[in-house]
Design a protein around this ligand. Sequence first.
Ligand SMILES: CCCCC/C=C\C/C=C\CCC/C=C/C(=O)SCCNC(=O)CCNC(=O)[C@H](O)C(C)(C)COP(=O)(O)OP(=O)(O)OC[C@H]1O[C@@H](n2cnc3c(N)ncnc32)[C@H](O)[C@@H]1OP(=O)(O)O
Length: 295
Amino acid sequence: MAAQAVLRSSAPARLLSGSFYIRKGVLASWQHYQSRRPFSNEKVLVELDESTVMKMKNPPVNSLSLDVLTEFSISLEKLEIDRGCRGVILTSAFPKIFSAGLDITEMCGKSAEHYAAFWRAVQEMWLKLYGSNMVTIAAINGSSPAGGCLMAMCCDYRIMADNPKFAIGLNETQLGIVAPFWFKETMVNTVGNRVTEQSLQLGQMYPAPDALKIGLVDKLVTEEKVQSTAVAAMSQWLAVPDHARQITKSIMRKPTIDNLVKHREADINNFVSFITKDSIQKSLQVYMDRLKQKK
Ligand SMILES: CCCCC/C=C\C/C=C\CCC/C=C/C(=O)SCCNC(=O)CCNC(=O)[C@H](O)C(C)(C)COP(=O)(O)OP(=O)(O)OC[C@H]1O[C@@H](n2cnc3c(N)ncnc32)[C@H](O)[C@@H]1OP(=O)(O)O
């Protein structure tokens, strides 16, 4: 099977602690297996089984903190340079939630230096995931607002749990903040300009069936089948010769990536000056208070 071609040998499922885990099929040798042990760090779990799966595991809602983002980028980079890995499935270790997006507490009450480091880590995650040479499939097993939606949109293919209670979208304006140009461009590349314009202004979250209708996700399946469907889709994607698929992906995405690379420092400065405004800090605080009160 093509999916098994990605994953070269056979090793037991291996679970390593952290906020993500990566499941990787089959290893050529114990030494090879040992060489993958660096995945075992605080925030990343590596599971070695029939498919390569990165599972976000940052309770309670997989918010993307500075630590999580850093760990995610390091883990993805390791897979990227591993010639035995041609594809990754990105999902969540928790039912009902894919990712709550950027950790709002990282954007409240901190120093300008912290905001700059945080934003650089957000950019890095995006650059690595959107620019990945691997086949990337999002197995969206729950809600996925803002940064969570961005991660899903970075993938080549999106499968979502068919439950109208699960919603996905870039809801930044609902928090009184603004999706930066590269979030916007990622969405335009996914669903087109008109839908993006409306979605971003309204900060719209789409229940799964609506997300399918606008093309924000590619397929809906029952919750139990999200991961197995992702594995099946991976086989299909991996049946295409790598070099042809990778060059095509690059032709599609390079202009968007180059745009951020070119304006990276200015984007960080924009973020810091925006997020340090009193009015924005107040908006975020009100939003966080509302989240806590809804219980
Ligand atoms: C001049 C031009 C400038 C241009 C622009 C320049 C710069 C751009 C500026 C800013 C860009 C920022 C981009 C931001 C992107 C983001 O991702 S912001 C995050 C958006 N996320 C959300 O809105 C999600 C909010 N959360 C929820 O809706 C729900 O929590 C849920 C994910 C649907 C899960 O619901 P449920 O299972 O019911 O869980 P709870 O709501 O009870 O939450 C559990 C606890 O988790 C806390 N929490 C939830 N989300 C977050 C989060 N994103 N960050 C941090 N913490 C979060 C929640 O408060 C609960 O905490 P307690 O248990 O009460 O302590």
